[in-house]
Design a protein around this ligand. Structure first.
Ligand SMILES: [Zn+2]
Length: 233
């Protein structure tokens, strides 16, 4: 049974489910939220498509439904009881979509940190995390403002900076230690990320270290004087 009831400014679309006696209703407001994929409606209701298999948040971008195919639910449990599975993109069963996206961005970060010395593609990572590659890229960028490639390079450069501040390794050795295939590539990426070459960075940090240790020495002697003066009191 399908009925349209027009009531002043709101329209209610009402349909009897093919199996059972449940009535699904969609208000004009809900339909607008779905059509415009409004985030502010997330958490207020969920929807699926008739003959579809998954249910979504109103703001999910994977579906382009027509009004007469939409089935609305007041809760995830209701949708699951009706036989729908949670959509793998908007994860309606999680607290918030924002929460699900943050969670994915975090998993990407952990993946990169765990594989920082290895070479891997976006697809390798997406496959391991069981998500779509372009969705992963978009989500990570949305949450962090950077691409996964940037983060991978940043992690390698951070480690390189630490190693460069000690003299026991050459730049070429550090390049291999942090996972670059050639010192030339290491140098190019490092310069892009830090605005100076690895050798320049080393020179600068070494200069800073010797100056600060001299200052520390001076400061320690002053502290010692003060402490001596105090104990002498
Ligand atoms: Zn969805």
């Amino acid at each position: 049974m399908i009925a349209f009831i027009v009531r002043a400014d709101i329209m209610i679309y009402e349909r009897k489910a093919e199996t059972g006696k449940t009535y699904f209703m969609i208000t004009q407001e809900q339909w607008t939220a779905i059509a415009r994929k409004e985030r502010k409606a997330d958490g207020t209701f969920w929807y699926a498509l008739r003959r579809g298999r998954t249910y979504c948040r109103p703001s999910c971008t994977t579906k382009s439904p027509s009004m007469d195919r939409v089935v609305v639910f007041a809760s995830c449990e209701e949708a699951e009881k009706a036989g729908y599975r949670p959509c793998r993109v908007c994860r309606p069963d999680q607290m918030t979509w924002q929460g699900a996206r943050k969670n994915l961005a975090e998993r990407v970060r952990f993946y990169i940190e765990d594989h920082v010395h290895e070479k891997f593609s976006l697809q390798d990572m997406a496959q391991m995390l069981q998500v779509d590659g372009s969705y992963l890229l978009r989500t990570f960028h949305h949450e962090t403002g950077h691409t996964p490639l940037w983060y991978h390079r940043e992690m390698r450069c951070r480690e390189a900076c630490m190693l460069l501040s000690h003299e026991e390794y050459t730049v070429a050795e550090i390049s291999a230690m942090v996972g670059f295939s050639t010192p030339a590539l290491f140098s190019r990426v490092f310069t892009q990320m830090r605005g100076m070459s690895p050798s320049e960075y080393r020179k600068q940090i070494m200069g800073a270290v010797s100056t600060s240790s001299e200052r520390k020495k001076e400061k320690t002697s002053c502290d010692a004087c003060d402490a001596g003066a105090q104990t002498g009191k």
